[in-house]
Design a protein around this ligand. Structure first.
Ligand code: ADP
Ligand code: MG
Length: 335
C-alpha cells in the first residue's frame, strides 16, 4: 500500500488508539492541536511538536534564515494558542547539511530568539545532528492552561457560529507568488510575508479561552476545508460554510484578479494562515465581538454554523448550495 492511498491522517489513525489503554484519565493524546497532561488540580500542560523539512515546508533560497527561525517557532506557538494556553518552554532539534554556514544558523537563531523573547518562551533544550543534504527542523513547545479554560476540537455544539480571527488564503497566495517567481509588488510582498512570518494568535487564544461562550477551538494550518473537518469529526457535527463570508484581504483579491487565481479556493483550501478557527454560542456572539474589538482593535469573522448530523461541510454561496472540490493540505494525498 502507498501512503497516498491513506494520506497523513490515515497513517496516524492506524496507531493512534493503540496507546489509549495506558493514557490516564484527564490526559489527552493524539488528535488535538496539543497533547494534554494534568500538572495539578487546576492546571494542565499542553505539548505540541512540528517538523519543517527543506523543499517540503520551505525553499531555503526563498525564505531568509531569520524568517525560517521565526516560522519554526511560530507554527508551534499557534498550536498552543489553539488550546487557549500560555506558551512556557521550547525545544529545538536540527539536522544540518554540511553546506549550511554558521552565519546562516546564527541568523536562524536570531529569528527564533526574537519570537521567543516576544512571548517570553525560553529555549530549554533540543538536539543537533548532521543531515545528508536537506535542512530539517523540529520544534516542540510546552504550554500551560487552566483546566476550566481548555478548548478542544470536540467541543462544538449544534447552533454554534463558526468563526475565524483573520484573513484566510493570504499565506497560500504568498506561496503561489514564491513558486511562480512573481514580481515582488507591495501586494505580493505582503502575501509572501504572511507565508514566511506568520504571527501566532497567542493573546487572542488566551483571551478567547476565558470566554464561556467559546466552545471548540483549533488553529488553521491545513486550510479550513480540512481543519474544520477535524472539529466536525471530533464533535460529531456537520457544518454550513458561506463562501461570501470568508474574510479575504484586498491584497489577495487584487492578486487573484491579476493572476487568475480563485480567492475562494485559496481561502478555503489554502494552508498556513495560522488564524484561530473556533465555535461560539450564537446568542453570545454580539457581546463577544464587542469585547474582542475593544481588546484587539480587530474583528472576529463568522463563516458558518454548526449543525446536527454526520461530519461534513455543506458549502453555500449567497444561499446557494455549491461544491468545493479542493480539500485542505494533506501530506501524501493524491494530487
Ligand atoms: P497540527 O496541524 O495541529 O500540528 P497535525 O495535523 O500535524 O496537527 O496532527 C494531528 C494529530 O496527530 C496531533 O494530535 C499530532 O500530535 C498527532 N500526530 C501527528 N503525527 C504523529 C506521529 N508521527 N506520531 C504521533 N502523533 C502524531
Ligand atoms: Mg493545529
Amino acid at each position: 500500500m502507498d501512503l497516498k492511498d491513506i494520506g497523513e491522517f490515515g497513517f496516524i489513525k492506524r496507531f493512534a488508539n493503540k496507546f489509549d489503554s495506558f493514557i490516564k484519565e484527564e490526559e489527552l493524546g493524539i488528535g488535538d492541536d496539543c497533547a494534554v497532561m494534568p500538572i495539578n488540580e487546576t492546571d494542565n500542560f499542553v505539548v505540541t511538536t512540528d517538523l519543517l523539512n527543506e523543499d517540503i515546508h520551505f525553499i531555503k533560497d526563498k525564505i531568509s534564515p531569520e524568517e525560517l527561525g521565526h516560522k519554526s517557532l511560530a507554527v508551534n506557538l499557534s498550536d498552543i494558542a489553539a488550546m487557549g494556553a500560555e506558551p512556557k518552554f521550547s525545544f529545538l532539534s536540527i539536522g544540518i547539511p554540511s553546506h549550511v554556514s554558521v552565519e546562516y544558523l546564527d541568523a536562524f537563531m536570531t529569528g527564533f530568539y526574537a519570537l521567543s523573547e516576544k512571548y517570553k518562551v525560553p529555549l530549554m533544550g533540543g538536539d543537533t545532528t548532521k543531515s545528508a543534504d536537506k535542512l530539517t527542523i523540529n520544534v516542540a513547545v510546552i504550554g500551560q492552561c487552566k483546566k476550566t479554560e481548555m478548548h478542544l476540537r470536540s467541543m462544538a455544539k449544534e447552533g454554534d457560529l463558526i468563526c475565524v480571527t483573520g484573513f484566510l488564503g493570504d499565506s497560500a497566495a504568498g506561496l503561489n507568488v514564491i513558486l511562480n517567481d512573481l514580481e515582488l509588488s507591495p501586494e505580493n510582498k505582503y502575501l509572501v510575508q504572511k507565508h514566511h512570518v506568520p504571527e501566532p494568535r497567542i493573546n487572542e487564544g488566551m483571551w478567547l479561552a476565558k470566554q464561556k461562550s467559546v466552545h471548540a477551538m483549533m488553529d488553521i494550518s491545513d486550510g479550513i476545508s480540512s481543519d474544520l473537518m477535524h472539529i466536525l469529526d471530533a464533535s460529531a457535527k456537520s457544518a454550513h460554510v458561506h463562501t461570501e463570508k470568508l474574510p479575504i484581504s484586498n491584497s489577495l483579491r487584487n492578486a487573484a484578479i491579476k493572476n487568475n487565481w480563485d480567492p475562494v479556493e485559496l481561502a478555503s483550501a489554502g494552508g498556513e494562515d495560522y488564524e484561530l478557527l473556533f465555535t461560539v454560542d450564537a446568542k453570545n456572539f454580539d457581546s463577544l465581538q464587542k469585547e474582542y474589538k475593544t481588546h484587539f482593535s480587530e474583528e472576529i469573522f463568522i463563516i458558518g454554523e454548526i449543525k446536527q448530523g454526520q461530519a461534513e461541510i455543506s458549502w453555500f454561496n449567497n444561499g446557494k448550495n455549491i461544491i468545493i472540490n479542493k480539500n485542505g493540505f494533506n501530506h501524501f494525498a493524491k494530487s
